[in-house]
Design a protein around this ligand. Sequence first.
Ligand SMILES: [Zn+2]
Length: 134
Amino acid sequence: MTTRKEKNLAQALNQQREARIAKLLEAGRIRSAKEIPEDALPAALELQNPQGTWSPPLYYRDISFHCKDCRKHEMWSATQQRWYYEIAKGSLLSQATRCRACRKKHREETLRQRELLRLHREKKAAESKEPGKR
Ligand SMILES: [Zn+2]
C-alpha cells in the first residue's frame, strides 16, 4: 500500500519530470518526450554550469563504471549526476571516475601535496631573505 505522502511525492516527481521535458521541447533540444528514456531524469539545462560544452546532457541515467584506482565496480546514479551538474555546478566534461573511498583518498592526497608545496615555497622565500646567504 502506498501512503498519501508517497503518492504526493511520486506526483511531485512526475510533475517535475513533465515540466523539465516541456522545457527541453520548448528549447528545441528534443523533438519528442520519447527521447527521454523512462528510467532517466530529464536535465534542467538552465541549472547546469554553462561553461564546458555546447552539447550538455539532456538527461541523467545511472552509469556504471570501474574505479580508475581500485577497479571496483561502482554506480554513478542519475540522482547523483543531477546533484553534481545542477547543484554543485560541476563541469559538464567531468564524470565520476573513482569510487567513494578512492575519491576521498585522492582528495586528501591532493590537499597534502598542496600543503607540502606551500611549506616548501615558504622555506625557499625565507631562505632568500636571510642576509649573507645566496
Ligand atoms: Zn576505488
